[in-house]
Design a protein around this ligand. Structure first.
Ligand SMILES: *Cc1c(COP(=O)(O)O)cnc(C)c1O
Length: 360
């Protein structure tokens, strides 16, 4: 069965091997004669899967013992709310705005306090990541929040600000596990799984344990990070199938040389598309400035809205999935997360070249 050239922004392509494993095990997981979805979340068979997913994350990301790995629900969007519910001290967290998702995180914090905006590239239509020198970070920020990859605009932080006195928190929903990561530089990393890690339904949080002491007593139980930490993310029923798929995806990453392997693979894929844009004499115009280009979401426009539409229509006819830009910005976007193959990117490059030849 051939697989689609899937450039969806999320939920997105998953590794065929991870899906095949689920297919093989669907009716009989590990000799239980049951599907993973039918197991009790308190059973040994499920707990083995749960703990393996945690230990693979710990191993692949080299998570230090100072941090917990949590499985939460509610997507990255619930994290936008949980951060200010858990970690305000003076009342002023600091949000660096690099796109729509960082704006949404800020809006959620505004419901509880008066956050500060310590940097923004909104005035240049989020075409780039700010330089460190442009950031206004101070010692008494409750925390500093960044978005490591801007799914909609196609920009990505290449290195991360050194924040000494305040916790550094990052939404990594659309590029976690795409490259090696200095986890220790962060106090909290979170990511919805459905871009790079697995199906929707589970959200990963990697939390420095020393943050728990900040959590106010009146925080609702399920909204407290330490509730989940104390119970190994089994305080209540976790999204068991999503965690099982996450485990399969992590095994695939491990087999494919871990995060170094992913980074190499992703750079090769992204270069194919960016080179095609750069060699197109301005026919394909990237949204992101070169130094801020994302290896995960490649955003571009053709010379007119008409050509954008014709390009997308032709792509659809050729079986390419998900190339429209986000409804808020338009244009075209190829999301090339870990599981998207080099072959899919080559096929897209070939289509881009042919389309340009036929339409200039
Ligand atoms: C997709 C995405 C979100 C929203 O995730 P949900 O799981 O739908 O809440 C948040 N931040 C970033 C960077 C994203 O890419």
């Amino acid at each position: 069965m051939p697989r689609a050239h899937n450039f969806n922004a999320g939920p997105a392509a998953l590794p065929t091997e991870a899906l095949q494993q689920a297919n093989d095990e669907l009716l009989n997981l590990n000799g239980t004669s049951m599907s993973v979805m039918e197991l009790s979340h308190r059973s040994d068979d499920y707990e083995a899967i749960h703990n393996e997913a945690i230990s693979l994350l710990k191993e692949l990301l080299a998570v230090p013992d100072s941090h917990d790995i949590l499985f939460l629900q509610g997507g990255a969007s619930l994290q936008f709310a949980m951060l200010p519910m858990n970690f305000l001290t003076n009342g002023q967290p600091n949000y660096i705005l690099t796109g729509s998702w960082s704006e949404k995180a800020l809006e959620e914090a505004k419901l509880l306090t008066s956050p500060k905006v310590g940097g923004s590239t909104k005035e240049v239509d989020y075409r780039r990541i700010p330089n460190f020198s442009e950031l206004n970070i101070s010692d008494d920020d409750d925390y500093v929040h960044i978005t490591s990859n801007n799914t909609i605009y196609g920009t990505q932080w290449k290195s991360f600000p050194e924040v000494i006195h305040s916790p550094l928190i990052a939404d990594m929903s659309s590029d976690i596990m795409s490259r090696p990561l200095p986890v220790d530089q962060f106090d909290l990393i979170y990511a919805g799984a459905q871009k790079n890690l697995g199906p929707s339904g589970v959200t990963i949080a990697i939390v420095r344990k020393s943050l728990y002491e900040r959590i106010p007593d009146n925080t609702p139980t399920l909204m407290r990070y330490d509730t989940h930490a104390k119970k190994n993310s089994l305080y209540h029923t976790p999204p068991t199938f999503s965690i099982y798929m996450l485990k399969n995806v992590l095994q695939w990453i491990k087999t494919n040389k871990g995060l170094e392997g992913m980074e190499k693979r992703n750079q090769a894929k992204a270069s194919l598309l960016y080179e095609t844009m750069d060699e197109s004499d301005g026919f394909y115009k990237g949204h992101a400035e070169k130094e801020s280009r994302s290896t995960m979401n490649v955003t571009f426009n053709l010379p007119s809205e008409e050509l954008n539409k014709a390009f997308l229509r032709g792509a659809e006819e050729k079986g390419f999935i998900g190339l429209n830009g986000h409804r808020s910005v338009g244009g075209c976007r190829a999301s090339i997360y870990n599981a998207v193959t080099l072959e899919s990117c080559e096929a897209l490059r070939d289509y881009m070249k042919t389309f340009q030849k036929n339409n200039r």
